[in-house]
Design a protein around this ligand. Structure first.
Ligand SMILES: Nc1ncnc2c1ncn2[C@@H]1O[C@H](COP(=O)(O)OP(=O)(O)OP(=O)(O)O)[C@@H](O)[C@H]1O
Ligand SMILES: [Mg+2]
Length: 339
């Protein structure tokens, strides 16, 4: 069976390794513990695990153990009987029951209270549980996948996480490395997100200038793929040009990477008319040409304008441009401009 990794972008060896484990473990019923810093794509990977498993037709039920207060989490997971506690007005099935035949995703498991950890351990070992306030024992026909951005071994050492549960969960560990350790994925991800957001914004596909790409490669991405994704969305809304230059990058990235974005160069020239704007590198990139061709385009434009202003009188046009008449004629000939 070929592995369906749709929506997961990246070709780094680190990600290929993760795909290899995913391919082996997805069809089994083994418990998997996905670890990695925030925003590395743990949930994306867990969903792919379920999608590629034989439980794919059954429910995928995520539970964010960090977002539900401890006392409610038990009833959320296992359900409760009417009257089990003050607000238990009616009997309610928990997520383990709702997920019957499918997958329960225990997200942020590192946040779970020690008392509830014992009950999860029992589900893993005995495959059974009771509703809060109930006596009937239910069979748990679910696969458990857990994720954490904490170092659970360290949490075990600190006494915050049960060692026995850690080993039970950690049958197959999948670690998602931070983005800074798989730099080759950065341009691919950036392009993927730009494509997505430019389409949303109904605008032409933007691209990163080479220099911008180099800066993004050397940035540490503390928020990992999520940070990159949000950043590309922001650019698709705020950036005017189609080419993203270093000047479009936020201070946070420029500072950390030690990039100095030079303001438009102060050229020694006669005082300019107020409102004059120097052409920016971006203008050049928008024309899709190099420096020499860009100068050429500008020169042609100025020559034509001067001729127009001088009603085609070359003497006068040369004077406007501050060049000799012969130089003007030479230039017009070379550029095949007829007045
Ligand atoms: N390899 C990838 N390809 C495409 N999109 C990705 C990839 N990795 C992550 N994302 C996107 O980045 C965002 C964060 O991913 P996800 O929610 O899976 O991370 P997480 O590790 O669960 O984060 P947290 O620890 O904060 O919960 C999501 O929008 C996800 O779609
Ligand atoms: Mg997550």
């Amino acid at each position: 069976m070929t592995l369906d990794t749709s929506g997961i972008i990246g070709q780094s060896p680190a990600l290929q390794e993760v795909f290899a484990i995913l391919g082996k473990v997805a069809p089994t019923d083994s418990t998997v513990l996905v670890s990695g810093e925030s925003g590395t794509g743990k949930e994306l990977m867990v969903r792919a695990l379920h999608r590629n498993s034989k439980r794919t037709g059954a429910p995928f039920v995520p539970v964010n153990c960090g977002a539900i207060p401890g006392e409610l989490l038990e009833s959320e997971l296992f359900g409760h009987e009417k009257g089990a506690f003050t607000h238990a007005i009616r009997t309610r099935a928990g997520r383990f029951e709702l997920a019957d035949g499918g997958t329960v995703f225990l997200d942020e498991i590192g946040e779970m209270d020690l008392s509830l950890q014992v009950k999860i351990l029992r589900v893993l070992q005995e495959r059974e549980f009771e509703r809060v306030g109930g006596t009937k024992t239910y069979k748990a026909n679910v696969r458990i996948i857990a994720a954490t951005n904490r170092d659970l071994e360290q949490e075990v050492a600190k006494g915050n996480f049960r060692e026995d549960l850690f080993y039970r969960l950690n049958v197959i560990p999948i670690h998602l490395p931070p983005l800074r350790e798989r730099q080759e994925d950065i341009p691919l991800l950036a392009h993927y997100f730009l494509q997505k957001f430019c389409k949303h914004q109904n605008r032409c596909l933007m691209r990163l200038a080479e220099e911008t790409q180099n800066i993004l490669l050397s940035y540490s991405w503390p928020g990992n793929v999520r940070e990159l994704e949000n950043f590309m969305e922001r650019l698709s809304i705020l950036c005017d040009g189609d080419v993203i230059t270093p000047m479009d990058l936020p201070d946070k990235i420029l500072k950390e990477t030690g990039t100095k974005v030079s303001p438009p160069p102060k050229v020694q020239t006669r005082p300019m008319v107020q409102g004059f704007r120097f052409p920016a590198v971006r203008d050049m990139q928008e024309q899709g040409v190099g420096l020499k061709d860009f100068f050429d385009i500008m020169e042609t434009h100025l020559l034509k304008e001067a001729l127009y202003m001088a009603d085609g009188v070359k003497n006068q046009a040369a004077e406007i441009l501050g060049i000799k008449r012969t130089t003007l004629i030479e230039k017009l000939k070379k550029k095949k401009i007829t007045s």
